[in-house]
Design a protein around this ligand. Structure first.
Ligand SMILES: C[S@@+](CC[C@H](N)C(=O)[O-])C[C@H]1O[C@@H](n2cnc3c(N)ncnc32)[C@H](O)[C@@H]1O
Length: 434
């Protein structure tokens, strides 16, 4: 077992309250959010709006003094920012992600053993075939496999959908290996929303827009993005890096039976925030277009299991009855807030209770995977539900200590005010085992 590392403690007083450990971090939003990843090596292959920026991961790795002797876990892997950054530094890391499309995206971003020349050669063949099918439609008497999403032409203009499906089929038919087809599918997924779909992205939602008179260029949009990805592969080859990361498709509130080769020393993660953002709703075009889902029930089941906002059936289920606190510490610190929300909105109260129960379950669930000297960093956002302020950072700090698993909160670094509200912070909650 490694010796416990000494963190630069913000407050060494064991009596200090979680509130006393609040500090401020000046990192600008341009570096802490997904926008920072839009031009960064590999991170730009696929970006999720709620992804955090690579700089933030670098900063957390530094604060936790995490290096290639450590093993990192991200239980809410999303598009894989933590694992990509770890792999660039030669650090072994594992990710857990519940959404099968995001699991695919993050896993594909971590496979750097594809030869750029093979991609270029495949791309040339795909272009010829796609162009031939697109201009003549000759020989294309195969059925187009229309995604089983409700009302597909609301999501895609019919001519664009036909082109996209032909491109997807051509990728699958002409890719010499599964790894190459995954790489090219990921490139297509990255430009699907918002470029090639009838939606635009706002902070919490996708919105449908009229694109009937837009000039939408399927091949050019796809091709230009793949060229960026291939140029990153060229650069990676020069760096000579090996694959040191793995993403597992699982529910991170139920991971106690997973066995890794080494205990985890560092956890760097960003769970969903207590707002109405639904990862399932926002990745619906990808989940259906790339055949992860073929019916609405699959989407509802995933939405029910995923932490964070819900929609449709998952919301109706949540509206029934009262969700109860799952741990004594949740009863102590979360119930008083839930009681206020419940006065005006029982659904939102259930929603917030489920959220904090799930965060606590996730922390308990990873207990058997951790080293004795584990350090953790959780990026969370505070929120306002029905006018009631939810100070997620201090609540999480109290939950982490109050679960009695031996954690002590070191500091809570508030990063920035979010656009949506003056008192809405994003924070990093740092804690460690004794
Ligand atoms: C804030 S995002 C993480 C973004 C990530 N840091 C990145 O840079 O892309 C939260 C992620 O947690 C995932 N998630 C939600 N509930 C989960 C659960 N129970 N188990 C595993 N993953 C879950 C969501 O699908 C989403 O991808």
């Amino acid at each position: 077992m490694k010796h416990a590392k000494q963190l630069p403690l913000f407050d060494l007083n064991p009596q200090a309250s979680v509130e006393d450990k609040i500090a401020y971090n000046g990192i600008p939003a341009s570096r802490s959010t997904f926008k920072a990843g839009l031009s960064a090596l590999v991170h730009r292959w696929f970006r999720l709006t709620p992804s955090f920026g690579p700089d933030l991961v670098r900063e957390m790795l530094e604060t936790l003094e995490c290096d290639s002797n450590d093993v990192v876990l991200d239980p809410f892997a999303g598009a894989g920012t933590t694992m990509i950054e770890c792999q660039l530094k030669g650090i072994v890391s594992y990710g857990i992600e519940i959404n099968p499309f995001l699991h695919f995206a993050a896993s594909t971003c971590l496979n750097w053993e594809i030869t750029p020349e093979d991609i270029r050669a495949t791309l040339t063949k795909i272009h010829e075939r796609f162009h031939q099918l697109d201009t003549t439609n000759d020989g294309d008497d195969r059925e187009l496999n229309i995604p089983h999403i409700h009302n597909p032409t609301r999501w895609w203009r019919p001519d664009i959908l036909a082109q996209l499906l032909r491109l997807k089929q051509t990728i699958d038919e002409l890719s010499p290996t599964l790894a190459i087809s995954a790489f090219l599918r990921l490139g297509l997924a990255a430009v699907l929303v918002p470029e090639l779909t009838n939606v635009t992205l706002s902070r919490l939602q996708l919105f449908f827009i009229d694109r009937s008179s837009d000039d939408i260029q399927v091949w050019e949009t796809f091709y230009n993005h793949i060229l960026d990805m291939v140029s990153d592969l060229d650069n990676l080859r020069e760096l000579g890096l090996k694959q040191t990361s793995k993403i597992i498709l699982a529910d991170s509130t139920q991971i106690s039976d997973i066995r890794f080769a080494h205990p985890i020393n560092c956890v760097i993660t960003s769970p969903p925030y207590p707002n109405r953002y639904s990862y399932v709703w926002n990745t619906r075009p990808h989940l259906y277009f790339f055949d992860f889902f073929n019916n609405a029930q699959q989407a509802s089941l995933l939405d029910k299991a995923t932490i964070g906002g819900t929609w449709g059936t998952a919301t109706s289920i949540l509206a029934k009855g009262n969700v109860l606190p799952a741990y004594p510490i949740i009863n102590d610190v979360v119930v008083p807030i839930i009681t206020k929300i419940r006065e005006s909105d029982p659904l939102m109260a259930n929603y917030a209770m489920k959220y904090f129960n799930a965060l606590a379950s996730q922390i308990v669930s990873m207990e058997s995977l951790l080293a004795e000297d584990a350090r953790i960093a959780y990026v969370v956002g505070c929120s306002r539900l029905k006018g009631v302020y939810i100070e997620t950072d201090t609540l999480l700090g109290k939950i982490i200590e109050g679960l009695n698993l031996g954690y002590r909160v070191d500091k809570i670094e508030r990063i920035r005010k979010r656009n949506s509200g003056k008192d809405l912070h994003e924070s990093i909650v740092y804690a460690r085992k004794n």
